[in-house]
Design a protein around this ligand. Structure first.
Ligand code: MN3
Length: 209
């Protein structure tokens, strides 16, 4: 099986009160595990595709065999998106702050850090149904906030107008917040900033720009 469920870099309860322990457990061991299992199933017998990284699979979506393209889109997207999501969060107070370089890029693009946060939250709030809101680095280095449906992401050619490297993303599927917040997606999105792992986002920004 080429793809496996990554372990969490912190205990399941470590993101409380922003994200409760039960949500973290179900989200990773049930939802993310299912994406991994279904991705592996879709790639059965396809040695060339099994050797690709998850990023490469997302980027090569249009050239994949049609019979598995939808399964890779949904489950490969789910695997990439969640693997990144666990990494770009950390217990409150331990995630550091945006680097000088990232802060400068954010203020240049969005005005202020608060403007950026409002824009990312707005992308999450306006996403009808399930999806993600992302901060991406576009080819050439500019930042942009984009939103995707379902488990699509900004690496996937043909699914989104603006492609780029995601360096931060927030899951707005109900499974990410419903146990604690029920219908209050805005409260979840507000509290989520407390557990952003800026140290990891800074690294991803430096590697992508
Ligand atoms: Mn999810």
């Amino acid at each position: 099986m080429p793809f496996t469920l990554p372990s969490l870099p912190y205990p399941e309860a470590a993101l409380e009160p922003s994200i409760d322990s039960q949500t973290m457990i179900i989200h990773r061991t049930k939802h993310h595990q299912a994406y991994v299992d279904n991705l592996n199933k879709a790639l059965e017998g396809q040695a060339d595709l099994q050797n690709k990284t998850i990023e490469e699979l997302c980027a090569s979506l249009p050239s994949l065999p049609e019979a598995i393209r939808g399964a890779v889109r949904n489950n490969g997207g789910g695997h990439f998106n969640h693997s990144m999501f666990w990494q770009i969060m950390a217990p409150a107070g331990s995630g550091g702050a945006p680097s000088a370089e990232l802060s400068a890029a954010i203020t240049k693009t969005f005005g202020t850090m608060e403007d950026f946060k409002a824009k990312l939250a707005d992308g999450g709030m306006k996403r009808f149904g399930s999806g993600w809101s992302w901060l991406i680095v576009k080819p050439g280095g500019a930042l942009e906030v984009v939103s995707t449906a379902n488990q699509d992401n900004p690496l996937m050619k043909g699914t989104i107008d603006t492609l780029g490297t995601p360096i931060l993303g927030v899951d707005v599927w109900e499974h990410a917040y419903y146990l604690k917040y029920q219908n209050r997606r805005a409260d979840y999105l507000k509290s989520w900033w407390d557990v952003v792992n800026w140290n990891e986002v800074n690294k991803r920004f430096a590697a992508a720009k």
